[in-house]
Design a protein around this ligand. Structure first.
Ligand code: ADP
Length: 263
């Protein structure tokens, strides 16, 4: 896309000198379009739980509350939908907040961050009867922005648990080369088809909408992972095979953070 502005420089008797400036605004338009799409998606995603909450509450008020079983079932739905709404709002705010680079970078123990995330997932891990393996040197530390790093770990582990099969396995491995931490989160779950892999980090992109919603997923987890990793000066990639499993690999600078986090 091109924008143009025309400036008349000189009007002679028989001619006109004109300066035409052309700007390539392709990228600008793309960013605008992405922002519009995001706002559209946000409205839609927010409306879904709100509609459910008000619908079920109204039905209860209109008399359904007199049946104890229905009362219980509908209250559970209202509770689940409000939990989802809260998560959605938290995720949207995380993605919309500008990265000011003000956050403090500190040394964190990788094994501890992973352990904390796993403790929080204890319930679904037990329910699915998953085996866990963590191969992380005890003394491995990373200088990073702790909230961002733990969010990355949490989101990847959430998915490795949720998209796993019953009785499956989650393996978390951390190694280093001279400059980077390489953290991999591998599962034995449903896998991601090749044509979906390219889009998986987009906001609200889901392979199977119903399945992800049911788990309380917002469709923003991997978009957040992608944003955070880039902010921390790293990269994230994946390899996956349908029906076999998925491995996400995050590489992050061990100490050499983007300049704004250094002070
Ligand atoms: P969601 O809240 O839907 O899980 P994410 O952004 O975390 O949102 O993931 C986007 C989509 O990528 C998911 O809906 C799912 O289809 C797919 N996905 C993410 N992680 C995995 C995984 N470990 N195994 C299989 N599919 C996954």
């Amino acid at each position: 896309a091109v924008d143009a502005s025309v400036i008349a420089l000189n009007r002679g008797t028989d001619h006109l000198e004109v300066l035409v400036m052309l700007y390539d605004v392709t990228y600008l338009r793309q960013v605008e379009q992405m922002q519009l799409d995001f706002v559209g998606n946000v409205s839609h995603e927010l409306k879904t739980p709100v509609t459910a909450i008000s619908g079920f509450a109204e039905t209860l008020l209109n008399g359904a509350k007199d049946d104890p079983a229905t009362l219980n079932q509908f209250l559970q739905i209202i509770f689940d939908e409000s939990t989802r709404l809260t998560q959605l709002i938290t995720d949207i705010l995380t993605l919309s907040r500008p990265d000011t680079g003000q956050a403090q970078a500190t040394a964190v123990k990788v094994a501890e961050v992973v352990q904390t995330a796993l403790v929080n997932l204890r319930k679904p891990i037990e329910e699915k009867n998953l085996t866990l393996e963590t191969i992380i040197p005890d003394d491995l530390t990373l200088t990073t922005v702790p909230v961002k790093f733990s969010q990355v770990v949490r989101n990847l582990l959430n998915n490795a648990v949720f998209y796993n099969r019953n009785g499956g396995k989650v393996t978390v491995t951390a190694t280093t080369d001279d400059k980077s931490l390489l953290l991999s989160v591998a599962d034995t779950g449903i896998g991601i088809a090749e044509n979906d892999q390219a889009r998986i980090f987009e906001r609200f992109y889901r392979v199977d909408k119903a399945r992800s919603r049911h788990n309380g997923g917002t469709g923003l987890g991997l978009a957040i992972v992608h944003d955070m990793v880039l902010q921390l000066g790293g990269e994230v990639s994946l390899s996956s095979q349908l029906g076999v499993g998925t491995t996400f690999v995050v590489s992050l600078p061990l100490a050499d953070l983007p300049t704004f986090y250094k002070d």
